[in-house]
Design a protein around this ligand. Sequence first.
Ligand SMILES: O=c1ccn([C@@H]2O[C@H](COP(=O)(O)OP(=O)(O)O[C@H]3O[C@@H](CO)[C@H](O)[C@H]3O)[C@@H](O)[C@H]2O)c(=O)[nH]1
Ligand SMILES: [Mn+2]
Length: 362
Amino acid sequence: MAEPSTISPAPLLKDELDIVIPTIRNLDFLEMWRPFFQPYHLIIVQDGDPSKTIKVPEGFDYELYNRNDINRILGPKSSCISFKDSACRCFGYMVSKKKYIYTIDDDCFVAKDPSGKDINALEQHIKNLLCPSTPFFFNTLYDPYRAGADFVRGYPFSLREGVPTAVSHGLWLNIPDYDAPTQLVKPLERNTRYVDAIMTIPKGTLFPMCGMNLAFNRELIGPAMYFGLMGDGQPIGRYDDMWAGWCTKVICDHLGLGVKTGLPYIWHSKASNPFVNLKKEYKGIYWQEELIPFFQSVTLPKDCTSVQKCYIEISKQVKAKLGKVDDYFNKLADAMVTWIEAWDELNPSGAKSAELSNGASK
Ligand SMILES: O=c1ccn([C@@H]2O[C@H](COP(=O)(O)OP(=O)(O)O[C@H]3O[C@@H](CO)[C@H](O)[C@H]3O)[C@@H](O)[C@H]2O)c(=O)[nH]1
Ligand SMILES: [Mn+2]
């Protein structure tokens, strides 16, 4: 029997977390993540041409879904899963059976902290998710649950228990997640600033959720993580994670769940083409001036006690209030309903507990 000191601790949440990767490339990037990712199960969502073979490095435990698989599994409901856009990743959230999800892009690598140590982004996300959030009162010393920090003077003791954390939003060194106009104006800008902070995004405040380095509690908020209708055949792209983030934050605020942003950092290596991005984004850039006030004005009835019920209610308000902005939002509202139907079909036990929680509210 090995000496106790030589036994390395089991990886956190090893059997309770799936890593979801959307991809159109070979997954050599996993080599760099191997020390951190190898113990976990991967769900690879292969976008684009399903006849292309995606190479996965040896030694990883994974399941891979291409467009043919999505169509086979969802049938007509596959219409809600985007094609030729990283938004396809949300299919991985739906087919997972685990409590937690971590999603990462295949051009994101292990970053180093200021001391030069490799950052285990997955471990930090897990710690973020396992620690409460503080959406109701801002702690000026940032995350009070971190070692070496605490609630500051004047912080109400009645609020120090915090609330369950649903989302952990990580950041990026090197290529920042800028929109196309900013990329065009600042083509050489690189993010070199490592900020050692984790913050809860206050209740009532929306934020631009980036899907590149993101983790969430699938049981708490999974059905809200629909990445919308983007890419092929759609008038918009690169607003997949934004849409999911706005819906998620409104629902988290309503259900009393927390959303954190900050550590961990990954190293984002590839700047996608700003001109291609501009073509994908441009409608979103002016639509969002209407979308943000819409999400700020969304109110959810008291009897919306499950994520599914909240999400269906939001889809109704999308149709009623955004359908006149562009017919795209009528289609998106319908796709939001299809997403929930597909989610509940693939996750019957989750649907049951959602129903019971509805029952509890009656
Ligand atoms: O058609 C596609 C294109 C790409 N992918 C996979 O999605 C991710 C992201 O792709 P990429 O790194 O090339 O693009 P970015 O612009 O850096 O993506 C970020 O911007 C936002 C786009 O919505 C989002 O926050 C980030 O994803 C890679 O894994 C590609 O392989 C795809 O599946 N389909
Ligand atoms: Mn990228």
